[in-house]
Design a protein around this ligand. Structure first.
Ligand code: NAG
Length: 646
């Protein structure tokens, strides 16, 4: 670990939190080392070509392309490229891994091997396409023995060297010319297995692309001295020869730690600082809120019970009783309405069911990640585990939805059973499908293949829906959860409320705090999604998730208390919407990010970016809304249980 050199203690905690240690301490399921003998063929696979952002770290596109997209003109292996088996998650997250014509042999150096037999001709329209992709900062992604080929990068902030996956397709030079890389220096680090001499393992892959305008025959001795660059002309045909050299270099890195140099923490100081910062704020906030609330409630309850006592003592007349009632103020007044069923119980219960499903799924996913199961060595494991968990947890979703619906005395129970597994996943799937159509139109490899779509639908309908229905069925057979106080026949009138308790300001205030708890981590997650950096700081994520849950619950409970004190008993939807408003903030944040960090050319890029952001924000809305609702629900039940009502 490079971090360890500097500050042992901090780095140790950092690495524990970041969990690459755990990941590399034992072999992960499905990831076993491959050993090669001298001169064994080591396969090089190619993955999608995707934009990684330019030197000022501004992203110009979010559309990725297949390596063998005909416009690029890259050489194919004999007999055509074949897809390499991938997991569902890896396909969903945009991997399209194929075989390649590169021939690498263990410990066998090569100089300037010619890649295609015939030079490739770029006509003006192809040249235009490729030049556009170069301007967008697209990079090639190769895998050698499952390890991404990268470029060595120095993080100027922490002065550490790390490997950034991918290398550039070409570059726009200072004089405005666009150079196209047609030569690759492939530098492979290998490690001899200590217990087994003569067995070698791949532990590092660096590719340095170059642009070389070859004239005449390519000669091993002179090819490295070509200084002219290749430019693809947009007015006439250009022919290009592709070449590569391979250098095998012995390394001391063991196979088990070969991923460490990819797992670079960008700005660890900022992350630490912000995490501690928000943790302190959250703890302070929650403690303050709780102490105020508990004290106020104790006072309230004592007063209510005293008033009851007076009322009971004074049996002689009704006047004192009326006095007592008049003195009664605050949340007790609405005891006969507080458990009145909210409007739209069907939608509320469906959201709550799906929210619970998301909540448990996120918890399990982060726990798996902390245990090191989702290390980047396990390609696509994050996507796969998310899909699997969501599917299986359909049971919990169905159960929660039906149980809540029954408790809210909803009568359309069939509709509840059917819509719980269909409504939210249906919205998500439809948006996903529409965005996929955009990608199809762009000929992007980011478009999920039709077969994968079918697999998703099959998993959804064959596993998730029946599980959800089973959960619902069980819940409808269980008794309804009875409210602790009876609801009056006639609803009370709700007095007008002060500004900050009006729905909109209320949502803006309450939603801000959970968003604040995850704001910094969100930045890193978004960077890793859109700039395709490896995200592995699951320790941070775990703490942030915890902080978010606590903030969300505390703030919503406080809001509900104020609302009830203002004699407004419509707390159910209000709690859900106010807490869920943090989803709105996430979307707002995405828009700001769009304005500052991205400069997307073309409509498709923007539509895709905004579409995916909206989708994530929507799921977040349901997740935080559910947390807020259940926190308030527990709170309301608890306080009304603790007072005597005659
Ligand atoms: C391959 O080339 C590199 C760099 O020139 C050199 O360090 C290495 O020893 C060579 N490897 C073999 C097996 O010849």
């Amino acid at each position: 670990m490079q971090l360890r050199k500097h500050a042992p203690a901090r780095a140790l905690i950092a690495s524990l939190l970041a969990a690459p240690q755990l990941a590399s301490a034992f072999y992960l399921p499905g990831v076993a080392p491959t050993s090669y003998k001298q001169d064994d063929l080591v396969e090089l696979h190619v993955n999608t070509i995707r934009p990684v952002g330019d030197a000022e770290s501004v992203l110009r596109s979010v559309v990725s392309y297949d390596y063998y997209n005909p416009s690029f003109g890259f050489c194919k292996p004999e007999g055509g490229p074949k897809p390499v088996g991938e997991s569902l998650g890896s396909i969903l997250f945009g991997d399209r891994i194929m075989t390649s014509p590169f021939e690498l042999h263990m410990k066998h150096n090569e100089t300037c091997k010619v890649l295609c037999k015939e030079p490739v001709t770029y006509n003006p329209s192809r040249a235009f396409f490729v030049n556009m992709r170069i301007q967008e900062g697209n990079s090639l992604n190769w895998l050698v023995d499952g390890l991404p080929a990268g470029q060595k990068t120095v993080d100027v902030l922490s002065d550490t060297e790390f490997t950034n996956p991918g290398f550039l397709l070409g570059e726009v030079m200072e004089d405005g010319r666009t150079k196209f890389n047609n030569h690759y220096d492939i530098i492979i680090e290998y490690h001899e297995v200590t217990e087994n001499a003569g067995d070698y393992r791949v532990v590092g892959v660096i590719v340095q692309p170059e642009s070389r305008k070859y004239t005449g025959k390519i000669d091993e001795n002179t090819c490295n001295s070509v200084s002219d660059i290749v430019e693809l002309s947009e007015t006439q045909d250009t022919t290009v020869q592709f070449t590569y050299s391979v250098y095998w270099i012995p390394s001391t890195t063991a196979w088990a730690t070969r991923w460490d140099k990819y797992l670079h923490v960008y700005d660890p100081k900022i992350q630490w600082f912000s995490l501690i910062n928000s943790a302190v704020i959250v703890v302070f906030l929650v403690l303050t809120v709780m102490s105020i609330l508990v004290r106020a409630l104790k006072k309230d309850i004592a007063r209510y019970n005293r008033l009851d006592q007076i009322n009971l003592d004074d049996l002689s007349g009704t006047s004192a009783l009326e006095d007592g009632v008049q003195e009664d103020s605050g949340w007790k007044l609405v005891h006969g309405d507080v458990f009145r069923n909210p409007p739209n119980p069907l939608l509320l219960s469906i959201f709550l069911g799906n929210g619970t499903q998301l909540f448990v799924m996120a918890g399990f996913t982060i726990a798996f990640a902390l245990l090191g199961f989702l290390s980047p060595a396990n390609r696509g494991s994050l996507g796969t585990i998310v899909i699997l968990l969501y599917t299986v947890l359909g049971f919990i979703g169905g159960y929660t939805s039906a149980r809540m619906y029954k408790s809210l005395q909803g009568d359309k129970w069939k509709l509840n059973i059917i819509l719980t597994p269909l409504l939210v996943p249906g919205i998500v799937f439809s948006v996903f499908f529409l965005l996929d159509l955009f990608l199809w139109a762009e000929q992007s490899s980011g478009a999920v293949p039709f077969g994968t779509m079918l697999v998703l639908v099959a998993i959804w309908f064959i596993i998730s829906v029946p599980l959800s229905v089973a959960g619902s069925w069980l819940a409808f057979r269980a008794p309804a959860i009875e409210p602790p106080v009876r609801t009056n026949q006639i609803p009370r009138q709700i007095p007008p409320v002060t500004t900050y308790l009006k729905p909109i300001p209320n949502m803006l205030l309450v939603g801000l705090l959970p968003f604040g708890a995850i704001f910094v981590e969100l930045y890193f997650i978004m960077t890793s999604i859109w700039f395709s950096r490896i995200y592995y700081m699951f320790g941070f994520l775990f703490l942030c998730y915890g902080l978010m849950i606590i903030t969300c619950a505390a703030v919503t409970v406080l809001m509900v208390y104020f609302l009830l004190c203002a004699e407004n008993y419509n707390w159910q939807w209000r709690a859900f919407l106010a807490a869920g408003a943090s989803g709105g903030y996430i979307f707002l944040n995405a828009i700001i990010y769009w304005g500052t960090k991205l400069s997307l050319s073309g409509l498709a890029g923007s539509v895709l970016y905004l579409g995916y952001s909206a989708l994530i924000s929507f799921l977040f809305f349901i997740l935080t809304g559910t947390i807020g609702y259940f926190a308030s629900w527990l709170f309301v039940r608890k306080i009304y249980k603790s007072i005597k009502i005659d």
